[in-house]
Design a protein around this ligand. Structure first.
Ligand code: GLA
Length: 392
């Protein structure tokens, strides 16, 4: 996830989100301390304390986009219990917000905690929805046991790390292969630093640190590809994606990584644009040109974690959600969706949540600063943005 800080875009003069290396460590600590409740138990509210929202709205976003792409959202078990009507009305694709991350689903080397992911997968199955498997390998939200006892540069312990990764990937894929149609095999491995290609130890990647290179990315894709092949040889069951933030400024690095993976026998299906956007950057035009580069190289594109913060700068104080702000945000969402519709290679568009009350952006980058990044307000009533993306 990007740290949102003031900075200028690629000559555009816009404020853009970029990774702030100085504050990264502070930010990580903050995320762990303040965001842990959000990550582990779901953001905002607190289970059991929020009355089930009443949704009064018309139409269905998913139905409106039926000829374009599935419309997904990230969910926890809370959403199944408290927002099922909205979920089934507007969305036809699900991502586990946290439940499939290694730390949650594989808490010790010998035990898996399938409970929440199973509930979400069963909900998806019973409503005819497919899912995104998020995420098989990520430097964050990875359990400590995964790296325990591994020494960088020691080939024997590296084999142990590989065998742990393989076991993890195979177990998760085997359990959800019937309902997951695309996997985030590797999340956030490319550096936002223009002087580097891959995220390394200085950017908290224990994977890079222990392997001493980007080699771990190859192994993750290789194990995922092997697991899917073993289930259904030669089939196209489960597409393999690389997922990241700030993709518009990482296109060349990511395409070079794909070429390297393909040269080693990996078939990468596509790129996930996390798309934690702000109100002005990246522009729809910048996005379309990045989409085009991936599409022309033969890769599918998914928008995997869409939200639109109303703060273009982490230094900005909290603002109320005025009618003007709601209208401006609706226009921004409309422009983004026009760009998605114009791009034939988009395979899905997934929001990172349903309503503002539980967004991670209420915690990051400024703890307690209320944000308004989604299609539904705190009270789970629809926003103008929802109408705007259906107005075409
Ligand atoms: C990243 C991850 C997601 C989620 C968001 C913010 O983008 O890929 O799983 O953790 O950050 O919550």
């Amino acid at each position: 996830m990007p740290e949102l800080v003031a900075g200028t875009g690629t000559g555009s003069g816009f404020k853009m989100p970029r990774f702030d290396f100085v504050s990264t460590r502070v930010s990580l600590l903050r995320l762990v301390l303040i965001g842990s409740a959000c990550w582990l138990g779901g953001c905002g509210g607190g289970s059991g304390t929020v009355a089930p929202p009443v949704v009064t709205t018309t139409g269905s976003v998913a139905q409106k986009y039926a000829d374009y792409f599935p419309i997904g959202t990230a969910v926890s078990a809370w959403h199944l219990d408290n927002a099922a009507d909205t979920l089934t009305r507007d969305f036809n694709h699900l991502t586990c917000e946290n439940a499939m991350k290694a730390q949650n689903i594989h808490p010790t080397e010998t035990s898996y905690d399938w409970a929440e992911a199973d509930r979400i997968a069963d909900f998806a199955r019973s409503h005819g929805m497919k899912m995104t498997g998020h995420a098989l390998l990520w430097h964050r939200q990875a359990p400590a046991w995964l790296f325990a006892g591994i020494t960088a540069g020691d080939p024997t312990s590296l084999e142990l790390l590989k065998s742990r990764l393989k076991a993890h990937i195979e177990a998760v894929i085997n359990r959800y292969a019937d309902v997951v149609d695309n996997w985030d095999v590797v999340n956030e491995a490319i550096s936002s630093d223009p002087n580097k290609v891959y995220r390394d130890a200085s950017e908290q990647s224990q994977w890079y640190e222990l392997f001493g290179s980007e080699e771990y990315i190859y192994w993750a894709f290789s194990y995922a590809q092997g697991a899917l092949e073993a289930i259904a040889p030669g089939s196209s069951l489960g597409k393999l994606y690389y997922n990241d933030y700030l993709v518009t400024v990482k296109v060349d690095k990511i395409l070079a990584m794909f070429t390297w993976l393909e040269s080693r026998g990996i078939h990468v299906d596509g790129i996930g644009f996390q798309s934690h956007e702000n109100m002005s950057w990246p522009s729809a035009g910048e996005l379309e040109s990045a989409f085009k580069q991936f599409a022309e190289a033969g890769y599918a594109i998914k928008v995997s974690e869409l939200d639109v913060t109303v703060y273009d700068d982490s230094a900005l104080p909290e603002v109320p959600y005025t009618a003007e702000l709601e209208a401006a945000q609706a226009e921004r969402f409309a422009a983004l969706f026009a760009a998605y519709r114009a791009t034939k290679a988009i395979s899905s568009v997934t929001f990172w949540g349903i309503a503002d009350d539980r967004s991670w952006l209420n915690y990051v980058p400024v703890p307690g600063r209320h944000d308004y990044p989604l299609l539904y307000k705190d009270a789970h009533t629809p926003k103008k943005a929802r109408s705007a993306i259906m107005d075409f």
